[in-house]
Write a protein that binds this ligand. Structure first.
Ligand SMILES: [Zn+2]
Length: 306
């Protein structure tokens, strides 16, 4: 099965890795801005794309590679050396789908989730069901994502009564047809996202545009945290956290910085009917790239499963 959320993550990674341009937005903001830039990984050796091998060796890895921890390459064309493993549960979090074995990450990501879980728990916000991080050695996954390759991306489901029942259900916070929040959407969404955004290791967080619109409307003067919260297709039942390149990873390729400001004006592009054709065009573009994986940076050959 290939759920909508999984598809979205594929599209997200492809978009990030492959967009050749970032058109200027009305009002000076950029549409998709940093998320759409090809990033250095499209140039520096990783560059060209090749068809995904039907037998993806990265999916065969059962354990992390030896060696010091290191994120190598770009979020959508890289790998992960010396991964850490997220415990199945801790204060304020729990791995939602352990059978997927995508609970590996750079130690900075593992630490982040434990920190966020503690904050969420301390604030009485429930338990975060943690979705996919990376495969044991990162790299391209055969399904579900194009990013999540360097152990710095995590999908976290929105909490909603989490902890009361397990396994959890993904709770939809947005009615995609009507472009409105559902009855499940409440102030916990903003509180959890604000806690995550406050973490200095977080580079950006992807959420559905309707959620960003609501966050913008509900934020008061303290709205600096909105800067990191980026609108993206779907992401109505989970949010995606991306960390910055860790200090121990000189081969990690960062994404372009997000434009200054709270990013609230660009929500228009995502939601206004007049831009529908433009959005559809972008979606077609991502879909045309599904199933294509990048060639990886040379150091990944040392990390690849044999
Ligand atoms: Zn994701």
């Amino acid at each position: 099965m290939f759920g909508r959320a999984a598809l979205l993550c594929v599209l997200l990674g492809v978009w990030i890795g492959a967009r050749p341009d970032a058109a200027a937005r009305p009002g000076g903001e950029k549409r998709g801005d940093a998320d759409t830039k090809p990033g250095p990984d499209a140039k520096a050796g990783a560059g060209t794309k090749s068809e995904a091998a039907p037998d993806n060796p990265w999916a065969r890895a059962r354990d992390p590679s030896a060696g010091p921890a290191g994120s190598i390459g770009g979020y959508s064309s890289g790998c992960l050396r010396g991964a850490g493993r997220l415990p199945m549960r801790g204060a304020g979090f729990r791995v939602a789908e352990p059978e997927r074995r995508r609970f590996f990450g750079h130690p900075a990501l593992i630490d982040f989730i434990r920190r966020l879980g503690r904050d969420v728990h301390a604030a009485g916000l429930g338990v975060l069901p943690v979705g996919d991080l990376s495969q044991p050695r990162g790299g391209p996954a055969p399904s579900g994502h194009a990013s999540h390759q360097t152990g710095l991306d995590a999908d976290i489901w929105y909490v909603n009564g989490a902890g009361k029942s397990w396994p959890p259900k993904k709770v939809e916070m947005v009615d995609l047809e009507r472009q409105k929040t559902t009855a499940s959407f409440d102030r916990r969404v903003a509180r959890v996202l604000a806690l995550a955004a406050a973490d200095p290791h977080v580079d950006r967080i992807f959420v559905n545009p309707v959620i960003k619109r609501e966050l913008c409307a509900g934020a008061g003067k303290a709205r600096g945290w909105l800067h990191k919260v980026r609108p993206w297709f779907l992401h109505h039942e989970h949010f995606h956290v991306r960390l910055t390149c860790p200090a121990d990873s000189p081969d990690c390729r960062p994404q372009e910085p997000i434009a200054d400001g709270d990013g609230c004006r660009e929500v228009d592009w995502w939601l206004k009917p007049r831009d529908e054709a433009d959005r559809s065009e972008k979606q077609k573009e991502y879909r045309s790239r599904q199933g294509v994986v990048p060639l990886l940076p040379a150091p990944c050959s040392e990390v690849a499963p044999r």
